[in-house]
Design a protein. Structure first.
Length: 331
């Protein structure tokens, strides 16, 4: 569904070149749900906008849904669905009218658009909302309406840009079920961007991680977590001055990595975390060190992400890869 090689995008800012994306290779097979993760300023949004024809690549080649990205952008647009982070419904419109009007842009007749739209409303738990205005819908209902807009022309590939941002946990879990259903019930390929690592872990067959404009890792969630190397051990000390001594004991465990001291917490990694934890508890007790908490857990995608990029996925204040004014000018 997606085959990209050397895809790159360079912008100019104050007579200087900004390399937002520096030659990424992406492969997505039909029927996959692929997560695309990256911290702020990593090039994630720029890559997504190139793949959806909203930006023209500076270099590289790509085929999306069977069409050449540069030579046939109209063909790409006809074959993909795109659900933007900000949504695309007019607050004062009627939900059903929005879906029908969107379908008409693809040359679909009003009768066919109405039939498809009502079928999507049933599949997405929007029954009874055909005449409802989006402004009178809940956040979860509006996001499902956005997805209906992106699917009404029956694309084989749909891009979901931060689909659950701003939703409460119940609405997020509900939308996850519908995203799974896109592949399981409709055979749709899904390219998903998200800032929620638990979402990527739960939904995605494979994950691509982009940082500094290049792909730094790819694999299944389990494959990526296996690269971390060992279980995560965390000890919370009752007295901060004892943290250094705890770190020394933790670092001396067989196969352990050098731990980090984070105020009253000492965090490290060791193989076979359960056995390592038992040994550490004994040594802490023998040393007379009182702890407020201790745990061992399997690596998470957050651990993978921190290891790959050195920062949190939701870290605030990171610079934007592409200046807003240049993004607007490139539309």
């Amino acid at each position: 569904m997606i085959h990209a090689r050397g895809l790159a995008r360079t912008f100019r800012k104050r007579k200087q070149e900004v390399h937002a994306v520096t030659g990424v290779d992406i492969d997505v097979a039909a029927g996959e749900i692929v997560g695309f993760l990256g911290p702020n300023g990593a090039g994630k949004t720029t890559t997504l906008r190139m793949l959806t024809t909203l930006l023209t690549p500076t270099a590289g080649t790509a085929t999306v849904a069977g069409c050449d990205l540069v030579a046939d952008p109209v063909g790409v647009r006809r074959r993909i669905g795109y659900v933007s982070q900000s949504g695309s419904t007019a607050p004062e419109a009627r939900a059903g009218e929005e879906v029908v009007d969107h379908a008409r842009l693809y040359g679909i007749s009003t009768a066919e658009a109405t039939a498809r739209g009502k079928q999507l409303f049933r599949e997405l738990d929007l029954d009874g909302l055909w005449e409802r205005q989006p402004k009178a819908m809940s956040g979860g209902q509006r996001r499902r309406l956005d997805i209906a807009l992106g699917l009404v022309h029956v694309p084989g590939l749909v891009f979901l840009d931060e689909p659950t941002t701003g939703l409460d946990p119940q609405a997020r879990a509900n939308l996850w079920q519908h995203i799974r259903g896109l592949r399981e019930e409709r055979g749709t390929t899904v390219f998903l961007t998200t800032h929620y690592l638990d979402e990527a872990d739960a939904l995605c067959d494979r994950i691509l991680v982009i940082d500094a404009g290049r792909i730094v890792a790819t694999g299944t969630p389990d494959e990526l977590k296996s690269q971390v190397g060992g279980d995560v051990l965390t000890v919370t000390v009752g007295r901060p001055e004892q943290a250094a001594q705890v770190a020394e004991l933790m670092g001396a465990l067989p196969g352990a990595e050098r731990p980090q001291v984070l105020d009253t917490r000492v965090v490290g990694r060791a193989p076979q975390g359960g056995a390592a934890l038992v040994r550490l508890v004994r040594e802490l007790d023998a040393a007379g060190i009182a702890v407020a908490g201790i745990e061992s857990r399997r690596p998470s995608l957050d651990d993978v992400f921190l290891g790959l990029t050195g920062r949190s996925l939701r870290e605030e204040g990171a610079p934007s890869a592409v200046p807003t004014e240049q993004m607007e000018a490139a539309r």
